[in-house]
Design a protein around this ligand. Structure first.
Ligand code: UDP
Length: 374
């Protein structure tokens, strides 16, 4: 069957590959001039450093099948994400761990003491936290919330943390030991030649054609037996019910020599600092040697109609609009909605690949005909 993948990111590439290997012909189109979506990597022309063009992407998963899949197409170098945050004139370790707690409170607590101490700060009247703010107050209390989460989150999401779902904060662990690895997952790493090179290898199959600078146009689908749509869910319907909210990012690039900040990602928790974080890309590839260094200051703002969408906001009041679009998607014959934009969810790369593999498998067994996957 002839299939159309709208979007050459992880979802489109992984589905195209699986279905191409099963004998289908896949055409992959993307409006942008490159593959790999928002995990696109390219060499900075001035310094030669491999840059995460759309912000930091660290691969981590507990899913052995997904790890086997990505390592089939790319060598992953061991990489631990160790994030720092600058707040109130000091540098702290993230995610919140025993070092953060002891430094913040000027204490020398051991794990059990810290656990009891933080439990005493927590607002136990919140039994079933719904919002980001409730989740923070329930699990770390007001001091750590104000210093590390409130300002950053208001900058990142452009709204008060009480309007955001608790699930956003649940991404971050709190540790009562000195483990400062940002993630819990068994498998973690950085693609040695970059995400774009990996996606290029996934797409490199005789049954796959890729067309860049090719936005989807009405009527295109008519020539194909099935469409996998990884563009914005509301965009598929021409935004006719209204727009789902996204945040977009702006990056301010600057170059220096040597090592500018000493780590890959430095967050800025204070509300007065206009950016959320600074990424120094050379630290993502410590096996490479570059005299120069390139950093991106990251600013978050509401996504306009001509901007690239990054983060689905999923405000509580957006739920009705989302379910209207999801209901229409479920009724759309011959189209499967996939990925972060197509299903309007804050997905990590490994989950995106897992769902893409599942979508392809279901399609091959005749199970996916329509609707929002995942
Ligand atoms: N967050 C925060 N302070 C930080 C880091 C994260 O308040 O220093 C919050 C913020 O709301 C962010 C969320 O936790 O959007 C998830 O953080 P993560 O590092 O997973 O964000 P990503 O790297 O996906 O942008």
């Amino acid at each position: 069957m002839k299939l159309l993948m709208v979007g050459a990111g992880l979802s489109g590439a992984v589905i195209a590959r699986r279905l191409a290997e099963a004998g289908h012909r896949a055409t992959v189109i993307d409006a942008r001039p490159h593959i790999a979506g928002n995990c696109h990597t390219e060499r900075d022309p001035e310094t030669g450093v491999l840059v995460h063009v759309y912000g930091p992407h660290i691969f981590h998963t507990d899913d052995a099948e997904v790890w086997d899949y990505v390592t089939r197409f790319e060598t992953f170098r061991p990489y631990k994400n160790r994030v720092k945050t600058t707040a109130r004139g000091e540098v702290f370790s993230l995610p919140i761990n025993l070092h953060t707690i002891n430094q913040f409170y000027r204490k020398t607590l051991r794990p059990d003491e810290a656990r009891a101490f933080i439990a005493a700060q927590a607002d136990t009247s919140i039994t079933d936290p719904q919002s980001f703010e409730e989740q923070a107050l329930r699990f770390v209390g007001p001091d750590l919330y104000e210093a590390f989460f409130k300002g950053y989150t208001e900058k990142q999401w452009g709204c008060h943390p009480s309007a955001l779902p608790a699930s956003i904060l649940k991404r971050l662990p709190v540790r009562f030991n000195y483990d400062d690895n940002y993630f819990f997952h068994r498998f973690q790493g950085m693609p040695e030649t970059g995400y774009t090179a990996m996606v290029a290898r996934i797409l490199d199959h005789p049954n796959i054609d890729v067309h860049l600078d090719t936005p989807y146009a009405p009527g295109m689908a008519d020539r194909y037996g099935h469409v996998f749509w990884s563009g914005p869910l509301d965009g598929y319907f021409g935004y006719d019910l209204g727009r789902l909210g996204y945040r977009t990012l702006d990056f301010e690039r600057f170059t220096e020599t040597g090592d500018w900040q000493g780590c890959a990602v430095m967050n800025y928790g204070d509300p007065e600092v206009p950016y959320t974080r600074i990424t120094e890309h050379k630290h993502f590839a410590p096996w490479e040697d570059h005299a120069g260094t390139v950093c991106y200051r990251e600013f978050s703002r509401a996504c306009g109609p001509d901007d690239i969408p990054y983060y689905p906001i999923r405000l509580v009041e957006e739920k009705a609009l989302l379910s209207d679009y999801a209901a229409r998607a479920a009724g759309e014959e011959g189209v499967t909605f996939v990925g972060r934009l197509g299903t309007y969810r804050y997905l990590d790369m490994d989950v995106t690949i897992r769902e893409a593999l599942d979508t392809a498998r279901a399609f091959l067994s005749g199970g996916v005909e329509r609707g929002v996957a995942g």
